[in-house]
Design a protein around this ligand. Structure first.
Ligand code: SAM
Length: 388
């Protein structure tokens, strides 16, 4: 499949070569191999060179992939309805968005909350990529100059946070460890550099958290020959959020499965995917810094971290149910000034976001909260917490 990928231009190739040298050096310094998580971290987030940290276009129709907020503002407007439900239960209204991409979701949520007279006091953004932070700032400054004062980029989590935390397609962009279950043994998959190229090799598990995770999932996987991923970074991230969330809710939207599906023998090649110019393939060992690397999210692990941290898990829905409960269809019909062409393109967008054959089923929404007095009723439509 990779032989059909477009060839990078010489400048892009030079950029990738520089990153490859850095990774080779890292491998040499660490005695010949690095974990896949470290390799993925380098490929995505090496300052100035990593996929998310360097200045290419990435998101949107002209980039490598398109996310829900880029497909339609209806996604973010619907999310605003969910957010408003939480705000009505709080005496302080703030939003903290992780990994805000191009800033489109922040702009559309703020526009909708302004219409509903429910603006947050502060809209915080925590973004791993300095390049995207810059892009977000420019987009927000241009689209919402009068609200710029409310938007603050943070390097660290705020203390005693009250409000709503958002992460759309963020956990899938965190570096994952790779495991190989083979002949009743579990190995970690590392990256080495041999004969002028990067390649996979097996080794012992690099930390005890991986061993605990492997112990949990070994009852589900085919222990004879399965490759899969473990997102320890997402678990640590959620646990740190739990420490800071005093009252409010967390909406995590991403593609993924409950653990029984994630590690199901049918998925024996794992969920790791690479995207280069809208072409998906499965080889992360090429196009370093030029292609996106991503793995599906194990939502059971996240729900378990939430419970262990004393948070409530309020709902686990398909993206379709989350959006329909949030009123996506009503939002598109609400505006009497909408012309027929807009209505037609909105109905196409809603189909893309909600049809099971498109994003409606693969993407899920996990809603977590602390200290809310009433249930979040929109999270009850098609709730699948039983599957976690
Ligand atoms: C696939 S993009 C999604 C962007 C945006 N949320 C959207 O839906 O269009 C992933 C984003 O998450 C950011 N990211 C990944 N890990 C992060 C972390 N630990 N903290 C903050 N941002 C992170 C990336 O830099 C990037 O902006």
């Amino acid at each position: 499949m990779t032989d059909k990928l477009p060839v990078p231009d010489p400048i892009a190739q030079q950029h990738s070569d520089k990153l490859m040298q850095i990774i080779q050096q890292r491998i040499a310094e660490q005695g010949g191999k690095i974990t896949f998580a470290e390799y993925m971290q380098c490929c995505l987030y090496t300052p100035g060179l990593g996929y998310y940290s360097a200045g290419s276009h990435k998101l949107g129709e002209q980039g490598d992939f398109t996310t829900a907020p880029e497909i339609s503002s209806l996604f973010s407007k619907t999310l605003a309805n969910h957010i408003k439900d939480v705000f009505t239960q709080l005496n302080e209204a703030n939003i903290l968005e992780f990994g805000a991409g191009s800033g489109t979701m922040a702009v559309d949520i703020l526009k909708e909350l302004e219409l509903k007279s429910s603006l947050p006091n502060r809209y915080y953004i925590i973004e791993a990529s300095a390049d995207l932070r810059e892009r977000q700032y420019k987009h927000i400054e241009k689209s919402l100059p009068h609200l710029c004062g409310r938007i603050i980029w943070l390097e660290q989590l705020p203390e005693n946070f009250v409000g709503v935390i958002l992460a759309n397609e963020v956990c899938d962009a965190m570096p994952v460890h790779c495991l190989h279950f083979s002949n009743d043994h579990v190995y970690e998959r590392y990256i080495e550099y041999q004969a002028g190229q990067f390649q996979w090799c097996n080794g012992p598990l690099s930390n005890t958290d991986l061993a605990s995770h492997a112990e949990i999932v070994k009852g589900i996987v085919d222990n004879n020959d399965t490759i899969s991923e473990v997102n320890l970074a997402a678990k640590a991230w959620l646990s740190s959020l739990a420490d800071k969330l005093t009252r409010g809710a967390i909406f995590i939207i991403d593609y993924g499965y409950p653990q029984s599906d994630y590690y199901h023998p049918q998925r024996s090649q794992g969920t790791l995917m690479c995207y280069y110019q809208h072409r998906g393939h499965s080889n992360p060992l090429i196009l370093q810094g030029l292609q996106d690397l991503t793995a599906h999210v194990d939502f059971t692990s996240l729900a378990q971290v939430a419970i262990d941290s004393g948070l409530d898990v309020d709902g686990f829905q398909s993206q379709a149910d989350f959006l329909l409960a949030g009123g996506i269809t009503e939002l598109s019909l609400n505006n009497e000034h909408t012309d027929e062409l807009t209505l037609f393109s909105q109905s196409t967008e809603i189909k893309r976001l909600t049809l099971p054959s498109q994003m409606g089923e693969t993407f899920k929404a996990l809603t977590i909260s602390r200290g809310l007095n009433s249930p979040l009723v929109r999270c009850q439509l098609g709730d699948r917490r039983y599957s976690l």
